[in-house]
Design a protein around this ligand. Structure first.
Ligand SMILES: C[S@@+](CC[C@H](N)C(=O)[O-])C[C@H]1O[C@@H](n2cnc3c(N)ncnc32)[C@H](O)[C@@H]1O
Length: 440
């Protein structure tokens, strides 16, 4: 494809090919293609097309299966994804149908498949003619739930098992776009005062939540946020913003953030308690630590940043036990699918057991670093019990000096922790359990 005049639909087809067929994340595959576009609106459209198709992949696959006589394989796979982009525009975007079809047909040329222009045109026209019948077939009892709800079968089965009454609502929330949430920097501005700054800047928002988070009515470019470059505010969903208040750090304490990158919660802890004795931020991924440094610098905050493995602290730990530890563990990220729809297609069923093993290893390694009387906040952005309540329950059974602290009457020893589901009060899915190390 030439860089001179990129076709947005062709770029989207290439991103989707990289994600679905090559296993790249959207974070890896989208920015290089976005950088080929100059206009911010074009970049936003490319993002919308990629996110939209990934949200509805099984539905689009279902429609194409009915419309295509022969599967498009090998070198023609990008055209298969282009057709998905075409159908997606017809069912879910405000783009006028004639423009959507014309641009998608033109994209076949950019994908070096000029001979398939006719096929792309014919399939999209057929779809328009048959749309109603196809949608009826999709809704029929014959069609699998995984297709109707646009989830991989293994994940939907797990959701059905864990949430027999709520799985449909969860699936629906996973397939919706997430709102933009802000975290006012409480070291510099009170949430209510920041809310007023937003309204003065004509950025409509909802009232600040009791824990300080503010949900915008619609997303804006961060540079338009009052005081963003001066560190007055950060972008962070409402659910992870509970971490800092649940940590309840006090002046003079030593706190460890064990899986810290990109540093959202490290920064929040530092904003809320500026006079800590020490705040240590550890992450295993050197490349992700760059973001921790950038975030801290923008917000004028300090922390000791270490590249290390939380499952093997002997390699980096000074030997001083911490008053409080945040363990925001690596997880399936099944609570944040609405922000990262690629997760549905990149995760595998057997990842969950592997992640649960890693989480258990890190949890028991971190426990040794906690002072008697200290607290550890275990957190994930997962909604699967294997990584959350079952994980913590197992830990409480095996770790004699661990006790569960109740979070706002939300949990008990049988189902420990606070599980927030995606979409609940407009937040991401998130899990917290607060554990205390008993005094000897
Ligand atoms: C959920 S993210 C953390 C998000 C972060 N707490 C925030 O609020 O911005 C999980 C992090 O765990 C890190 N990680 C994974 N395995 C780790 C390990 N064994 N030791 C330390 N960090 C690890 C990943 O690199 C990733 O940055």
């Amino acid at each position: 494809m030439t860089t001179a005049n990129p076709n947005i639909r062709a770029l989207a087809a290439q991103v989707l090919f990289q994600v679905v067929d090559k296993g790249q994340s959207l974070t890896q595959a989208l920015p290089p293609q976005q950088s080929r576009l100059q206009d911010g609106r074009d970049k936003a459209l490319l993002q919308q097309l990629c996110y939209g198709v990934l949200r509805q992949l099984p539905t689009l696959e279902f429609f194409l299966n009915q419309l295509l006589e022969k599967k498009l394989t090998g070198k023609l796979r990008t055209v298969h994804f282009l057709l998905m982009v075409g159908v997606y525009q017809l069912i879910a975007s405000r783009i006028p149908a004639h423009a959507a079809v014309a641009e998608t047909v033109a994209a076949a040329v950019k994908l070096k498949q000029p001979r398939l222009k006719g096929l792309v045109n014919a399939i999209l026209r057929n779809f328009q003619r048959q749309q109603q019948a196809l949608e009826t077939a999709l809704a029929s009892n014959e069609t699998a739930d995984a297709i109707k709800h646009d989830h991989p079968g293994w994940l939907l089965n797990r959701l059905k098992r864990a949430y027999p009454d709520q799985w449909q609502q969860i699936a629906r929330a996973n397939n919706q776009a997430a709102p933009m949430w802000l975290r006012p920097n409480q070291a510099k501005v009170a949430p209510q005062a920041y809310q007023q700054l937003l309204l003065d800047a004509e950025i409509p928002c909802q009232p600040a939540q009791p824990h300080g988070a503010i949900c915008l009515d619609s997303a804006v470019d961060v540079q338009k946020l009052p005081g963003f470059s001066d560190g007055l505010v950060s972008v962070q969903d409402g659910a992870p913003q509970f971490a800092a208040s649940l940590m309840a750090g006090q002046a003079g304490e030593q706190i460890l953030d064990a899986c810290a990158a990109p540093g959202g919660k490290t920064a929040h802890i530092a904003e809320m308690v500026p006079d800590l004795k020490q705040l240590v931020a550890v992450d295993i991924e050197e490349s992700r630590l760059k973001r921790v440094h950038e975030n801290l610098a923008r917000l004028s905050l300090n922390a000791t940043v270490i590249c290390g493995d939380a499952a093997n602290p002997d390699a980096w730990w000074s030997g001083d036990q911490f008053d409080r530890i945040l363990l925001d563990a690596p997880c399936s990220a099944t609570g944040v699918i609405r922000r990262h729809p690629d997760i549905k297609w990149l995760r595998r069923n057997d990842d969950i057991a592997k992640l649960a093993t890693l989480q258990a290893e890190i949890l028991s390694a971190m426990w040794k670093l906690l002072k008697p009387g200290g607290t550890l906040l275990y957190a994930t952005c997962s909604i699967l019990p294997e990584e959350n309540s079952e994980q913590v329950k197992r830990f409480l059974h095996t770790q004699a000096d661990a006790e569960l602290l109740n979070i706002n009457d939300r949990d008990n020893v049988d189902t420990p922790g606070w599980q927030i589901l995606p979409g609940e009060q407009q937040m991401d899915g998130f899990y917290y359990a607060l554990l205390r190390k008993q005094l000897n």
